[in-house]
Design a protein around this ligand. Structure first.
Ligand code: MEV
Length: 453
């Protein structure tokens, strides 16, 4: 592989051509395959190309729905984009299970977002502290135009604090601002405001008469939103009498509730289990975030930090079994948007919102949390009853069959066979080998018989 300068300036065709010649023994086939995933409507393709840079083609991911999600008394079909087999099936199974047991309930506990200006200031903190209200007023005045629309929608800058961080680093302070960004995720809005705060601070400090030369020259390190939004929080829950849980593959409801609750306690206290447990939750949350054009990296980063908020990484879900009632809930920060960003640009994201009945950001937070909870319920249910592999490998069977180039006929027969056998990579390989050997022997035999005749 050679280095290249000016790659971004090449046309898409040239970019592909260059790469193919660098990496492939069959550049023409490489290019043809990459191009085969281009959208046939040029304007749609242009839209996808422009979501990112150096775009060569489109990367397909399955888009599916989870029907039967009863949430706060309303029924939803929830779109999910995910490549891992069994995730959508698991959520769908959970949704159906809770559909007849009161469904999911959810409540938004807060919608505040955070941004920070980090700066060094060599001076007397008290001087700055005393004058901070004046500075804050200027910051609000200077961002008035930026925040006008957001204020009209009921949002804007909620507060700006001056935080002394000199215990971390000499002369280090922050302006820590809280924002309400209504239905938008708000990253651009917050960052624009923060950069204006920084500019205002520099200008304001420069003309403060009581300040020393150094105090008139703060050093702005950076201005950026925080993806940690513990006050942009939603809770989703399910509950029913233990007896109504029913039985699970021969396990009665009491034993199921007991084992389920223990599994959650383990995930609350053991970091190895907590990580896998929360990963399963994010199987659901990320898939909805992706389908709705939200930043799943931000959502995950925040969720994992929240899971460790008391200094130890723990399960995001909780469970109690008390007085014959099974209760299971999730509390998770979800900074999601339903306007701005990809939400109005990506044609399938627009369809996702149509499928969801055009929710606002708070409703989307509730839906997403419910899917995270549904996912976790399905995973833990499998783990404490049949084991995860039974369902997981059944769903994975098609991928394994495809890996071994199974024909349609072999696929049908294998699906039938594995209804009664444990699926594994080697079991599928051995079965196909056995069938193919038998078919080969039969073919040879038939040829021999024909020759004899
Ligand atoms: C697999 O993607 C997710 C699970 O491992 C989650 C869990 O163990 O709770 C099944």
């Amino acid at each position: 592989m050679q280095a290249i300068s000016g790659y971004s300036k090449l046309s898409k065709e040239e970019k592909l051509e260059w790469l193919a010649r660098q990496v492939s023994h069959e550049p023409e086939a490489f290019i043809a395959e990459m191009k085969s995933y281009w959208h046939n409507d040029h304007s749609v393709q242009k839209l996808f190309d422009e979501f990112s840079e150096n775009t060569l083609t489109n990367f397909y991911m399955p888009f599916g729905i989870v029907p039967n999600v009863l949430l706060n008394g309303e029924l939803y079909a929830v779109p999910m984009v995910i490549e891992e087999s069994s995730v959508v099936a698991a959520a769908a199974q959970s949704a159906k299970f809770w559909l007849t047991r009161g469904g999911f309930k959810a409540q938004v506990l807060g919608t505040k977002k955070i941004g920070q200006v980090h700066f060094l200031w060599e001076g007397d903190f008290l001087k700055l502290d005393v004058l901070f209200e004046d500075l804050k007023e200027k910051m609000l005045d200077n961002t008035a135009l930026i925040t006008k629309n957001m204020r009209q929608r009921g949002g804007g800058i909620l507060d700006i604090e001056l935080v002394n961080m000199t215990h971390i680093e000499p002369h280090y302070y922050q302006f820590k601002a809280t924002f309400e960004t209504c239905d938008s995720m708000g990253a651009n809005f917050i960052n624009t405001c923060l950069e204006e705060f920084a500019r205002t601070f520099k200008q304001w400090a420069a003309v403060q008469e009581g300040f020393t030369e150094k105090e008139r020259n703060p050093l702005i390190i950076m201005s950026i939103l925080s993806n940690y939004t513990p006050e942009c929080l939603v809770k989703a829950w399910v509950e029913c009498p233990v007896a109504e849980l029913g039985s699970f593959e021969g396990m009665d409801a009491e034993m199921f509730a007991f084992k389920f609750q223990k599994a959650i306690t383990i995930a609350k206290n053991d970091v190895y289990r907590a990580t896998t447990h929360n990963k399963g939750i994010f199987n659901g949350i990320d898939a909805v975030a992706l389908a709705t054009g939200n930043d799943f990296r931000a959502v995950e980063a925040c969720g994992h930090v929240y899971a460790a908020r008391d200094g130890k990484y723990r399960s995001l879900t909780d469970c109690t079994v008390e007085n014959g009632i099974f209760r299971f809930w999730i509390t998770v920060p979800l900074a999601l948007g339903t306007v701005g960003g990809l939400t109005s640009l990506h044609p399938i994201v627009r369809r996702s919102f149509e499928i969801l009945g055009y929710p606002n950001a708070q409703k989307l937070m509730q839906i997403t949390a419910a899917i995270g909870l549904a996912q976790n319920f399905a995973a833990v249910k499998s783990l404490v009853t049949t084991g995860i592999q039974k369902g997981h490998m059944k769903m994975h069977l098609l991928n394994i069959l495809r890996h071994f180039g199974a024909t349609e006929e072999e696929t049908k027969a294998a699906i039938e066979h594995f209804k009664h056998h444990v699926v594994s990579f080697s079991a599928v390989r051995d079965l196909l080998d056995k069938w193919r050997e038998a078919a080969e022997i039969k073919r040879n035999h038939d040829t021999d018989s024909t020759a004899t005749v």
